[in-house]
Design a protein around this ligand. Structure first.
Ligand code: BJ8
Length: 385
């Protein structure tokens, strides 16, 4: 049995929230609030907030703008990059339109080359991300990049980012992380009181809500409500729905095709190990040390496959499989995402040999062309669980 998360009136679905967000961001602009477009979990959002700006995600999750992107970019490129660029170049994304500055990072090759093109459309600052996470060289290199971003923001928005303001933003965002982690951890309950598709949709829709306090209140209230439902109606009951963990690339663009198919086929998605899922929320920014050092440490340790090596992803998988009582792991890789597809070899070995769990690899894009094939593969996988 799975309960539907009730969303507030102005927040009926991801698409609805995205549309509502257009008006909110326009109103913010009219009041003089700067808008910074971002693409990645490596972006130190605290610095952007400390500059008095709002950060908005520009990651494309739709295949509609892809033909526009393919006029400039190769067809054989990750759909997330093509969709993001397609929205920008076709001027069909109000969030891009209202962005005063784009902040990107040198993560995968496709994204970093896309930023060169975006730079022709909007002022763009690219942070140079180290390839590894060692505490000496990589830390110093990344710290310099944070200082550079701070200076760019100060100059662009004519503001001083003081240590005090930055500390306040770190506290606030740590509080948000705790609230969101509590929400994600509803998936640890067995049976789960909420569907994974709804968790993913809610989290992505929150990216278009700019009143962060009310966001947190909403999530806290829903978490309480769902915990009560679990205590009063589900605790002690049994379900034969297998418990699935999703890993790999961001899945906002394949929510219907993959996540919905998994749940409609009789399984519960109870955990997301992707970069915007639980693992980013598990580690807080240290509030007791120099704030730039603390942010450097936090964001350097994001466990994305663009890092080499990438041991934290395997640690997270190890812990989550046990804590969420996972029956099977499904890895979703977006077409032409080389880092995740290469790393999947080790992920598969880790899941099947070390954790002794079934594993399914799905490579897909944002089109509907492979829906039938994905449906068949997911159903065959669920049968063995
Ligand atoms: S921290 S996952 S948001 S880089 S899927 S565009 S890697 S080719 S989105 Fe990502 Fe930051 Fe990592 Fe997260 Fe490239 Fe792969 Fe496409 Fe990707």
């Amino acid at each position: 049995m799975t309960y539907m998360l009730k969303l507030p009136e102005n927040f009926e679905s991801y698409e609805e929230a995205r549309r509502e967000g257009f008006l909110k961001v326009k109103a913010l602009k009219e009041r003089g609030t700067p808008v910074v477009g971002i693409f990645c979990t490596y972006t130190p959002i605290e610095l952007i907030h400390a500059a008095g700006a709002v950060a908005v995600s520009l990651c494309g999750t739709s295949d509609i703008p892809i033909p526009h992107a393919e006029k400039h970019l190769p067809k054989n490129l990750c759909p997330l990059i093509k969709s993001s660029y397609g929205f920008a170049v076709s001027e069909t994304c109000p969030y891009f339109y209202f962005s005063d500055l784009i902040v990107g990072e040198t993560t995968c090759d496709g994204k970093k080359k896309m930023y060169e093109l975006l730079g022709e459309l909007r002022p763009t600052h690219v942070m140079h991300l180290p390839q590894g996470q060692d505490k000496d060289h990589a830390f110093k290199y990344w710290r310099e990049e944070l200082v550079r971003l701070k200076e760019v923001l100060e100059e662009k928005f004519n503001i001083e980012i003081t240590e005090e303001i930055l500390r306040e933003e770190i506290k606030e965002r740590n509080h948000e992380r705790k609230v969101l982690l509590d929400f994600y951890e509803l998936g640890k309950l067995n049976p789960s009181p909420i569907s994974g598709r709804e968790v993913n949709e809610t989290m992505e829709a929150l990216g278009f809500q700019f009143d962060r306090r009310s966001q947190c209140n909403f999530i806290e209230e829903r978490t309480r409500e769902l915990k009560d439902k679990y205590e009063n109606e589900l605790k002690g009951t049994k379900t034969n729905r297998p418990r699935i963990l999703i890993t790999g690339c961001p899945v906002g663009g394949v929510r219907e095709k993959v996540l919905k198919t998994i749940e409609d086929s009789g399984a519960d998605i109870v955990a997301f190990e992707n970069c915007s899922g639980v693992r980013e929320k598990m580690v807080l920014v240290n509030e007791t040390i120099d704030p730039i050092d603390a942010l450097t440490e936090k964001y350097l340790n994001v466990s994305c496959s663009v890092m080499t090596p990438n041991p934290r992803r395997f640690q997270a998988l190890d812990e989550m499989i046990d804590e969420y009582e996972i029956d099977g792991v499904i890895e979703v890789v977006l077409q032409a995402c080389h880092t995740f597809s290469v790393e999947s070899y080790n992920v598969k070995r880790f899941i099947t040999e070390k954790k002794n769990k079934p594993y399914l690899y799905i490579e897909t894009d944002y089109s509907k062309l492979d829906m039938g094939q994905i449906d068949t593969r997911i159903n065959a996988f669920l049968e063995i669980l």
